[in-house]
Ligand binder design. Structure first.
Ligand code: NDP
Length: 401
């Protein structure tokens, strides 16, 4: 029986709230706090109606304001914070957790607002302080990062003596019927995918132009989809934690329509993150664009098709070369029917709740800052299917890579 504070009332926050409320034996008291309290109430009404959870509260908080966070955490007294607001707030929430003696979990690494830069250095720098206080910080516990790290940990623990090649493959085979929309926060999403690509090879990072490397890959139950090499944050911790890796890449599918819109957005300057003067007021074009794009949290209705995310691995077991593929497929419609959110929010929120459960039940423990692959993958993967994200694995297959 534990109290948990969820911060962020977007698509992912909605799913985390639902999934925690489905397990009152673990999450006996839940508070959902966010910048706009009306969004918390909207989610709370649905969650309490559908799950019957008896102790669900809402609060307003600016997660970039440490004293405000500290006051909220002190007044509610949670064991842990599940942070599913935006990556900009990672450090302020970690600071507040340290000040109040509360465990921390997030789904995306810290990014400064003025540079689109994804690296763990800022959060890894908290290692000593979390250790000293005997607190656990779990970084990147969504799907990717998150389950992809746990999948890799399973491969390393049970199926390989050495992992040599790791390809994380992320396909959204769904159709939301809109000309252009992002599946999670548009500002964060567009910053991520318009960066140069980067992958790990023979001990160093190889940089590519955005969308430079691509090929069709086949995804279970979906078929062939053009897939592009991007930089993704879990590559940084995985190559550190599995030094036998010779090459690690991250692939994501994009449709032609999406890429054409993205090109136009970039060409006309709407993806800029520096302030511009408009009618005497400073605006950031990408933030303005977010305000006019479809809200990813509202995409669920009539969203058909599935996501398919997994790890394709080649390495050595008992002196022989082995290939391995582990993945989950998630139906947008099933996610929407259960939680009112589409599959991308669902595949992020379910692992966040599962990671929180691992911590509260003592399966994952330790003082310091951890990436998910550093914990035992078995209890997490035992629960992931029952929580809504079943997974499959196959050996000795053509990895296409
Ligand atoms: P949304 O934009 O839908 O939701 C973000 C929420 O955070 C909104 O409710 C927003 O409030 C709130 N928020 C923003 N700033 C603050 C602040 N200063 N104080 C308090 N609340 C704030 O995003 P998503 O739900 O799609 O994504 C949530 C997180 O999940 C992101 O960090 C994203 O990067 C991550 N993610 C991770 C994935 C993974 O697999 N690991 C995949 C997808 C997403 P308001 O309503 O007022 O705007």
């Amino acid at each position: 029986m534990s109290k948990v504070l969820i911060i962020g009332a977007g698509g992912v926050g909605r799913v985390v709230a639902y999934k925690c409320a489905q397990h009152p034996e673990v999450f006996s008291e839940i508070m959902l706090a966010s910048r706009t309290i009306s969004k918390c109430y909207e989610i709370a009404l649905d969650v309490v109606r559908d799950t019957g959870h008896k102790n669900f509260k809402c609060a307003q908080v600016d997660a970039e304001n440490v004293p405000e966070l500290v006051e909220l955490i002190r007044s509610f007294g949670p064991e842990m914070v599940i942070h599913v607001a935006l990556p900009y707030q990672d450090l302020t929430i970690m600071d507040a957790c340290l000040e109040t003696g509360v465990h921390y979990l997030d789904t995306a690494n810290y990014e400064p607002k003025d540079v689109a830069k994804f690296e763990y250095s800022w959060q890894w720098a908290y290692q000593g302080r979390f250790k000293e206080k005997g607190l656990t910080a779990i970084l990147g516990c969504g799907f990717d990062p998150g389950v992809t790290g746990v999948f890799t940990a399973r491969a390393a623990k049970h199926h390989f003596d050495e992992i040599h090649y790791l390809d994380i493959v992320d396909c959204n085979g769904g159709d939301h019927g809109k000309a252009f929309a992002t599946n999670f926060n548009p500002e964060i999403n567009i910053r991520e995918i318009t960066q140069n690509g980067r992958y790990w090879e023979n001990g160093e990072w190889v940089e590519t132009k955005p969308f430079e490397i691509h090929k069709p890959l086949n995804y279970p139950n979906i078929g062939a989809r053009e897939s592009y090499v991007l930089y993704h944050e879990e590559l940084e911790s995985l190559v550190k934690n599995y030094p036998s890796i010779k090459r690690a890449r991250f692939w994501m599918t994009f449709g032609e329509e999406y890429l054409t819109h993205l090109r136009v957005i970039q060409n006309i300057g709407m993806s800029r993150i520096d302030p511009v003067n408009y009618n005497g007021q400073e605006i950031i074009p990408l933030q303005f664009l977010k305000a006019v794009l479809p809200d990813p949290g509202e995409l669920g209705d009539n969203y058909t098709g599935e996501t398919s995310i997994g790890c394709r691995i080649k390495g050595i077991k008992d002196g022989k070369e082995q290939t391995y593929y582990i993945w989950n497929n998630c139906s947008h419609q099933a996610a929407f029917d259960e939680t009112g959110a589409q599959g991308v929010s669902y595949t992020t929120g379910v692992p966040a709740m599962t990671g929180a459960m691992m911590l509260l039940q003592g399966h994952w423990s330790g003082a310091g800052v951890f990436n998910v692959e550093e914990f035992n993958p078995d209890p997490f993967l035992d629960k992931l299917g029952p929580h809504g994200l079943s997974w499959e694995e196959k050996f000795d297959i053509d990895l296409e890579l």
